[in-house]
Ligand binder design. Structure first.
Ligand code: ZN
Length: 253
């Protein structure tokens, strides 16, 4: 090992891996949106999630069982999320893609911030707040127009068939969108380098995606505060703030 390579910082090492890899994919979770003011709901006592148990209120059974209550919770959440702006970590991934150094972003987030930052290949495996659909006839509505669909009971009702309209996000108790998950699995199996950003990699089935990369001989890098199940298998693990870490990686590219 030369003197130069022995003093490479982990950020510079990751930059070198990005440059040297043919196919690079990012996998992002709640941690990348925390600096945009969107708390990770698993951190208790924050904002909109303070007084509710999200696994109960944002559950598919809650949607069907008490639809007005579901929407009372979700309408302000939509409005709040819609106002949020991408941060420098989202920008960094968009910049990498624009520079031909990143093939796609797979995200667990429903907040649309990767698209707002300019990322073009975004796979939203938990769906997104962009649209809502009729649970009966599948008619699709842009979320900003869902406000016009509410009946007197506070249920968003399809203009075509009067079925219940549901946001196109994967609720607790629901399967993830099949097409998006299939695309994510393909990208991860083909990636030479998978960079996981702001995800504890604990929520299945997304948590199994890095395994696909490793099994196919690719490498996994992690930029996440706190432990993940893949720390021992990661070629680089960066523990700092996502904005600082990605910013530092970019200075070496
Ligand atoms: Zn309908």
């Amino acid at each position: 090992m030369s003197l130069e390579s022995s003093v490479l910082t982990p950020q510079a090492q990751l930059a070198g891996l990005v440059r040297g890899a043919g196919r690079v994919v990012a996998l992002t979770g709640a941690g990348i949106s925390v600096p945009s003011g969107i708390p990770d709901f698993r951190t208790p006592g924050k904002g909109l999630w303070e007084k509710v148990d999200p696994t109960e209120v944002a559950h598919i059974d809650a949607f069907h069982g008490d639809t007005p209550r579901f929407w009372r919770f979700y309408r302000p959440r939509f409005a709040e999320l819609d106002d949020k702006q991408p941060n420098a970590a989202h920008d960094a991934l968009a910049e990498l893609e624009a520079g031909g150094l990143l093939d796609a972003v797979i995200t667990q987030n429903i907040d649309r911030l990767h698209a707002k930052a300019g990322s073009e290949q975004v796979i939203e495996v938990h769906g997104s707040i962009a649209t809502s659909s009729c649970t009966a006839c599948r008619a699709s509505y842009p979320t900003e127009s869902v406000g016009e669909l509410f009946d007197q009971e506070g249920v968003a009702t399809c203009a075509v068939c009067v079925g219940k309209v549901k946001p196109d996000v994967a609720l607790f108790g629901e399967l993830l969108p099949e097409a998006a998950m299939g695309e994510a699995q393909r990208l991860c199996s083909e990636a030479d380098l998978l960079i996981c950003v702001g995800s504890s990699l604990e929520v299945h089935p997304v948590a199994a995606l890095p395994e696909l990369t490793l099994a196919a001989g690719g490498r996994v890098a992690i930029i996440t505060q706190g432990p993940t199940p893949y720390d021992d298998d990661a070629v680089v693990k960066l523990d700092g703030d996502v904005i600082d870490e990605l910013g530092e990686v970019l200075t070496h590219l």
